[in-house]
Design a protein around this ligand. Structure first.
Ligand SMILES: [Zn+2]
Ligand SMILES: [Zn+2]
Length: 419
């Protein structure tokens, strides 16, 4: 006896079907349009990299590297990891292809799958899609503003306008260490911190702000914006002036730290304000001026963002989106006299090519290996064809085809050449 197949998609992964797949394409199409307008070029990096790359860039003590990375050894014992995010890979490629030696450096985008071993919950997957961009070689907050505005434009284009943009500055190499000391001193004075907080206190005190258990105890914590240096302060101020100049509304959130080690100065998060998805982070990013150098490249500043495609799609209005994208008109090719089958087939190929070359939104079905016309029409109805083009001997002799309009049930004759 044959065994029944009983396979399922691995835990935390999902198949993207039908309107979700269409939604994903729509989002990526919109993103490509917007990236092009801002002068960003695409880079496609491998799905896996040397595991050390992520440890070195994202940080050994971050949740991503400590708990969530898919690491494995290949047959030669190389320690590899499925990419948990896009920036590290992009910076690696940027340096490897010596793009860090070209001035001005450039703007790049990526889109594709990322992998994190997280506890699956609604909207969170172990294999998920991100769209992101990195802007290299521009030290000025103008670049930060451009990135934030670009993400906002992308979300607007996807039909998401109820958003909350939160920004903060994490200071630089010069001013962050003293704030770190102040924070350690402050947190050490508190009692009954949770296990995670005690661990983070030694390695990465900024991350305590992310604690969901203790965050209420931190209302009197020292505020980073009071500790950053004049140049960091000026940059943060300039960024806000630029955002205001284009009526981009934002909130300053001094507890926003982001979970990755490489950020310097500007960090930001964009959350949904939509009912039912309030507070969901849909995009985030920031400046990372030391990472290129730390990974072996030139001293090149950079700023970037990443957006979770599934998060965006989960709050998007699907009807609006499909209207935007346009549902193709379905055309079915039917054959009454079977000796015309080859003509019908080559005609089907011709009109789908015509659609392709003239940017017509049509899908062509048939001819079908089915002699009975009634069955062919039943099929056309099932696939929701709006028109059926019928190949019949008598009409074909005169260079004509029958056209059945499935919506108003009318039938006309047309010359093939005119179609
Ligand atoms: Zn500073
Ligand atoms: Zn805690």
């Amino acid at each position: 006896m044959k065994k029944k197949m009983n396979y399922k998609a691995p835990r935390g992964t999902h198949d993207i079907l039908s309107t979700d797949a269409l939604g994903m394409s729509f989002l990526e199409l919109k993103a490509r349009e917007i990236f092009k307008k801002h002068g960003f070029e695409e880079i496609r990096t491998p799905l896996f990299e040397d595991a050390a790359l992520f440890m070195h860039s994202i940080g050994r003590t971050t949740d991503i590297v400590e708990k969530e990375m898919y690491t494995f050894e290949d047959k030669k014992g190389r320690k590899l990891a499925l990419r948990p995010e896009g920036t590290a890979s992009l910076v690696r490629a940027f340096i490897e292809h010596r793009m860090d030696t070209i001035i001005p450096s450039g703007k790049f985008f990526y889109m594709g799958e990322m992998f994190r071993y997280e506890r699956p919950q609604s909207g969170r997957y172990r294999q998920f899609h991100q769209i992101g961009a990195e802007f290299f070689g521009n030290q000025s907050p103008v670049a930060d503003a451009e990135i934030i505005i670009l993400v906002q434009d992308l979300l607007f284009a996807a039909g998401i306008d109820e958003i909350d943009i939160r920004i903060n500055s994490l200071g630089c190499k010069k001013c962050r260490p003293s704030f770190r000391e102040t924070l350690i001193e402050y947190f050490s004075s508190l009692e009954n911190l949770c296990k995670d907080c005690l661990k983070r206190l030694k390695k990465n005190p900024l991350r305590l702000f992310d604690c969901k258990i203790d965050s209420l105890k931190f209302v009197k914590a020292p505020k980073i914006l009071n500790y950053i240096c004049t140049s960091c302060k000026n940059n943060f101020y300039t960024l806000q002036t630029l955002l205001k100049s284009v009526n981009c509304s934002y909130n300053v959130d001094e507890t926003l730290v982001r979970g990755l080690d490489y950020y310097t100065q500007t960090v930001f998060e964009i959350c949904s304000k939509k009912n039912g998805a309030y507070g969901t982070v849909i995009a985030a990013g920031g400046r990372y001026d030391n990472l290129v150098k730390e990974l072996g490249g030139q001293d090149i500043p950079a700023v970037g963002f990443a957006l979770g495609s599934q998060r965006v799609l989960s709050i998007i209005d699907e009807h609006k989106l499909l209207n935007n994208f346009g549902t193709p008109e379905r055309i079915f090719i039917a054959v009454i006299d079977q000796e015309l089958f080859n003509e019908a087939f080559s005609f089907a190929v011709k009109i789908s090519r015509y659609g392709l070359n003239n940017n017509k939104n049509i899908s062509v079905f048939g001819p079908k290996n089915e002699k009975n016309l009634t069955n062919q029409l039943k099929y056309a109805e099932k696939i929701k064809a709006s028109k059926v083009l019928v190949f019949a001997k008598n009409e074909f002799k005169n260079g004509k085809l029958l056209i059945k309009d499935m919506n108003n049930r009318t039938q006309t004759e047309n010359f093939i050449d005119e179609l």
